[in-house]
Design a protein around this ligand. Structure first.
Ligand code: G6P
Length: 479
């Protein structure tokens, strides 16, 4: 069977913070470790990163790290007794004047005062990812008065969404500013921005990340209904970012579960068309928090994301706090690899009939066309600084592995997220210019990827050390 192409993002948390567990997760297939800044202290994250880097280098792996900002999630405050049970038909009030630690079954505080301005009679509020539904009856200066439409248990600090979206808090909170500095300190390869409303929220995040001294790529989490309201809104968010995450938790609540799968497919397709990364996230293996085996529906969910050609599939609670973190990664790896056997994952109609903007993009596309059509091509070698050339290549469906040859550890880690791309530490400057191609191929031959008589495609530019300069594709027979 071919090497797995779809990458696995797994969240580190209390269930995955010992050196043994981290090693097992890496061996099971973790490619990108996610730090969820909504939970845990800075020191806990520091310690996880330290272990992960140490074990990755022991195993000779290039693992990327993604810091995921909490963002302005709007939440209820706390109950006197941690939890209440709401009955259908009863009245329930959300108030910004109520003691935040003294909620009861009639009223609870909210930590977001402007909720009262954003809500109107007739709105449906979804609490705890839609498990509890409230209908807004009236709004006054300090409170939103509602009737319970779907009751059930409700506990401290649960999130609030509005059906159809539109409750908008500024995208980056004080805590996010702090966490951006932490992400820079930890040399995170990716920073994920929660609840962005538009490209300008991503621009603002990118500025802060750069100001903190980090070169991390910025992932926009698509989780507001406004972000997918029309193609222009979606495309401008994608355009501003380096990649997007289909953050199905909040998005599903706002757009409704029935629309979610179609929207997932649209987001994946749009991201790839703009040469951007895409991660499919949330509840992919949810039942594995408590069970060693996934359900049929979960298997099908992961496989479908793989067939949609997502770069990565993501685990949250399954690996952060579940009972079977290693089994969850192993199951995901197995399902991804199985789905990748289907022909539709190796044949491409990507951007047929469309023009390209850049020379390196054109070379990347031409290389993939050649690799997919010329029998005997066993590998693609992309000499790269930033990873941009292999990124563009990997937007195209293919069964041919793309090897990212780069001297930079940041790039080696970054490409851990790209579908079908594998890093190889390699510095062209260490060789005579005329020998670089042969040396690169010799490395792949030594590691058993290609053999005498195979064909290899190699891309590079005129200079051996500048980004954006790729202008050459060579097709070389392995001697
Ligand atoms: C390396 C190669 C160059 C190539 C460049 C592309 O430096 O030696 O020949 O042009 O990578 O880097 P990029 O960041 O644009 O993928």
């Amino acid at each position: 069977m071919n090497k797995r192409r779809t990458k696995i993002v797994a969240t580190l948390g209390p269930a995955s913070s010992s050196p043994e567990k981290i090693e097992q997760l890496l061996l099971a297939g973790l490619d990108v470790a996610r730090l969820n800044f909504s939970h845990g202290t800075a020191d806990e994250h520091r310690e996880r990163v330290r272990m992960l880097r140490e074990i990755s280098s022991k195993l000779g792996r290039h693992t990327a790290i993604m810091g995921d900002l909490q963002g302005p999630k709007i939440r209820i405050a706390r109950f006197r007794d941690t939890q209440v049970t709401l009955e259908k038909g009863q009245a329930f009030t959300l108030s910004n004047a109520h003691d935040p630690n003294d909620g009861n079954e009639r009223i609870v505080g909210i930590d977001y005062p402007s909720l009262v301005q954003d809500c109107h009679p007739g709105d449906e509020l979804l609490l705890d990812d839609g498990r509890v539904v409230l209908l807004v009856d009236s709004v006054d200066e300090h409170a939103v008065h509602t009737t319970v439409v779907v009751g059930g248990p409700l506990s401290n600090n649960k999130g609030i969404n509005r059906r159809g979206g539109g409750i908008s808090a500024p995208s980056l909170t004080e805590k996010d500013h702090e966490d951006i500095r932490l992400a820079a300190e930890l040399e995170c390869d990716y920073v994920a921005v929660s609840f962005p409303r538009s490209g300008s929220d991503i621009d603002a995040a990118r500025k802060l990340v750069r100001a903190a001294g980090s070169e991390a790529w910025i992932i926009a989490k698509i989780e507001r209904a406004e972000a997918v309201a029309d193609d222009d809104a979606l495309d401008s968010l994608i355009q501003a970012s380096d990649g997007v995450m289909v953050a199905r938790g909040d998005l599903g609540v706002e757009v409704g579960d029935a629309r979610l799968v179609g929207i997932q497919k649209r987001i994946i397709q749009h991201a790839r068309h703009q040469n951007k990364l895409v991660i499919t996230a949330t509840q992919m293996m949810e039942s594995m928090i408590a069970s060693p085996l996934p359900t049929r529906a979960e298997v099908s969910d992961v496989a479908n994301a793989v067939l949609d050609y997502t770069d990565a599939v993501m685990l949250s609670g399954e690996t952060a706090s579940g009972r079977y973190p290693v089994e969850a990664v192993a199951a995901m790896a197995r399902i991804a690899q199985g789905a990748e056997q289907e022909h539709i994952t190796t044949l491409s109609r990507h951007r047929v009939g469309q023009t390209f903007q850049r020379c390196d993009e054109t070379i990347a596309m031409a290389s993939m066309y050649a690799a997919n059509h010329f029998r005997g091509v066993k590998a693609i070698i992309s000499l790269t600084e930033s990873g941009n050339t292999p990124l563009i290549m990997s937007r195209i469906r293919s069964g041919v592995p793309i090897y990212c040859f780069t001297p930079h550890p940041t790039t080696q880690r970054r490409v851990a997220m790209f579908r079908g791309v594998y890093p190889v530490p390699f510095d062209p400057k260490a060789y005579e210019p005329a020998d670089v191609s042969d040396e690169a191929i010799a490395l792949l031959k030594k590691s058993g990827v290609v053999h005498e008589g195979d064909w290899v495609i190699l891309t590079k530019g005129d200079s051996y050390h500048s980004t954006g300069g790729t202008n050459t594709m060579k097709i070389i027979k392995v001697e």
